[in-house]
Design a protein around this ligand. Structure first.
Ligand code: SAM
Length: 244
């Protein structure tokens, strides 16, 4: 692991270039440093990520996740569906002490990492939930009870929508972080948004600089305007076989 000063310089430069309105102070940079250290160390024992060098972690995990924070209203209750090794959960929790985030994943060992890393970073706004998304959102305590559902790298948007939108309150939003297939996935998922009760939708396209490369990114915003029918979500085999 690189020393803190060179980490902070690299992180600050990437945030300035890619997210110029975002303020990053030294305390937050320290928390990101601890997160990277935990991720690199734990990844030697359990498979959390294929991205392991510090420059790539800064851009492809941290900056990529922080890009969503401007779309999360103050004091929101957020759920991250399929958080894996904690993205975007941990960057959101570091940057936004006002939000409370539930990190959901079906794999317990990944959530153990998220819990351990949250503790080491001194975060008190993260909780974990070990269950499949399509089972959790059938339960009264989770269904339509979040202001925001975020998700990254879990499934194609027409499938992901059925996993995320049932968690969202009317008036809340799903924010899906997508890569270079955003436009195509957005068009393909319009029927799913409508059927799940999210009729106001928007695709925000932007790019993230990584050295000489420009990585195409998209944030899909879907606002929930009606309650989701009790028939959704279906069993995962059905969602996958016949996406809405
Ligand atoms: N969001 C993280 C990221 O961007 O680095 C992790 C992405 S990883 C490729 C996908 C994660 O979604 C895995 O940890 C997997 O266990 C979880 N997952 C996939 N389908 C799920 C479901 N139906 N319910 C809960 N978790 C799910």
């Amino acid at each position: 692991m690189t020393d803190f000063k060179s980490f902070y310089d690299k992180l600050r430069a990437s945030v300035k270039e890619n997210l110029p309105k975002t303020e990053l102070d030294e305390r937050k940079a320290e928390q990101f440093y601890i997160l990277c250290d935990c991720l690199i160390e734990q990844n030697k024992k359990i498979n959390l990520t294929a991205i392991t060098d510090i420059d790539s972690i800064i851009v492809k995990h941290i900056v990529d996740s922080v890009a969503v924070i401007d779309y999360i209203p103050e004091n929101s209750r957020v759920i991250d569906v399929g958080c894996g090794g904690g993205f975007p959960t941990l960057p959101i929790a570091i940057m936004r002490a006002d939000v409370h985030i539930t990190a959901l994943d079906s794999t317990a060992k990944k959530l153990n990492f998220v819990e351990c890393c949250s503790q080491k970073c001194g975060l008190s706004n993260v909780e974990t939930l070990n269950i499949r998304a399509e089972e959790a959102s059938k339960l009264e305590q989770y269904r339509e009870s979040y202001d925001i559902a975020v998700s990254r790298a879990v499934a194609r948007l027409n499938i992901l929508s059925e996993l995320c939108i049932p968690f969202v309150k009317i008036g809340g939003e799903m924010l899906a972080l997508k890569g270079n297939s955003s436009k195509e996935e957005f068009e393909e998922a319009k029927n799913a948004f409508f059927k799940l009760g999210a009729s106001k939708t928007e695709l925000i396209l932007y790019s993230v600089k990584f050295g000489q490369e420009s990585l195409e990114r998209g944030i899909v915003r879907t606002k929930k305007t009606a309650s989701t029918s009790a028939k959704y979500p279906r069993q995962f085999s059905k969602i996958k076989k016949a996406p809405l």
